[in-house]
Ligand binder design. Structure first.
Ligand SMILES: *[C@@H]1O[C@H](CO)[C@@H](O)[C@H](O)[C@H]1NC(C)=O
Ligand SMILES: *[C@@H]1O[C@H](CO)[C@@H](O)[C@H](O)[C@H]1NC(C)=O
Length: 254
């Protein structure tokens, strides 16, 4: 059966390892998740696969195809979009049945938390990406628009699908590639049922803090003086220490 003794040994060692009590409880160091949901709104559903919290692909339910987050992922493993469709259909049937049987009303929607920040440290004229993060979102029904100086921008934009967040809510990222200038201001406009008005989350380049040369020189000189005084006082204490020290053994008896 085994070609060599070495191979036989290896096989029995593996068998020994597997037979050890507790070897079934392998520590989970990586987490793979499928997030699937359906709803009676648009989008009507979603199927997304994530590895260690990073989106790998989602299934475009309208076009019935797999959309990879990075093209490289599709070379590592395959996923046939058709496999997801029966799950989506069965979820939709369950949802219909639940609505009919329990006559439930929709959960109240709460205002999402929106944050806008640049991907990289901002430098004038250096291409960068603005990120609009919409968190604690429910229901996953949303319109997001990027505004440059108050005008809608569509070029250079992209977005993720709805991602699972904490407490049965969702989060989502919208991106805008841009070149920072001193004049341009940006807003991420979010429309959601929880908001009477679309919310605007603003971003613009911050004025770098101007430190004048005289200010810098003064701070530097002050630091030098404090340092010198410190070392003089320190040396004085060291010199005084043997004379001023109260050693109980050399004290005069009273
Ligand atoms: C369903 O609920 C609504 C209000 O929550 C109520 O007006 C309606 O009569 C209910 N329908 C049925 C079939 O129970
Ligand atoms: C999104 O925009 C569409 C078209 O303007 C509108 O019908 C829909 O109500 C908007 N959705 C939300 C959540 O505001």
């Amino acid at each position: 059966m085994f070609q060599t003794k070495a191979e036989a040994l290896r096989a029995s060692f593996l068998a020994f390892l597997l037979s050890l009590p507790g070897s079934g409880a392998i520590k989970a160091e990586h987490v793979a998740t499928y997030d699937i949901f359906v709803q009676t709104q648009h989008p009507s559903g979603e199927c997304m696969y994530a590895f260690d919290g990073d989106e790998q692909f989602y299934v475009d339910l309208d076009r019935e195809e797999t959309v990879w987050d990075l093209p490289e992922f599709s070379k590592v493993y395959a996923f046939d979009a058709q496999e997801a469709l029966p799950y989506i259909d069965s979820l939709k049937n369950n949802l219909r049945a639940l609505i009919q049987r329990y006559n439930v009303t929709q959960d109240p929607s709460e205002p999402p938390e929106v944050t806008v920040f640049p991907k990289n440290p901002v430098e004038l004229g250096q291409p960068n990406v603005l990120i609009c993060h919409i968190d604690r979102l429910f229901p996953p029904v949303l319109n997001v628009t990027w505004l440059r100086n108050g005008q809608p921008v569509t070029e250079g934009t992209s977005e993720t699908v709805f991602l699972a967040s904490t407490e049965l809510r969702f989060h989502k990222f919208h991106y805008l590639t841009f070149i920072p200038t001193a004049q341009d201001v940006y807003d991420c406009r979010v429309e959601h049922w929880s908001l009477d008005q679309p919310s605007l989350s603003h971003w613009e380049m911050q004025e770098p803090v101007q430190v004048s040369e005289t200010m810098e020189t003064t701070v530097c000189a002050l630091g030098l003086v404090v340092g010198l005084v410190g070392s003089v006082v320190g040396s004085a204490l060291i010199v005084r220490a043997p004379h001023g020290g109260h050693n109980p053994r050399t004290q005069e008896p009273l």
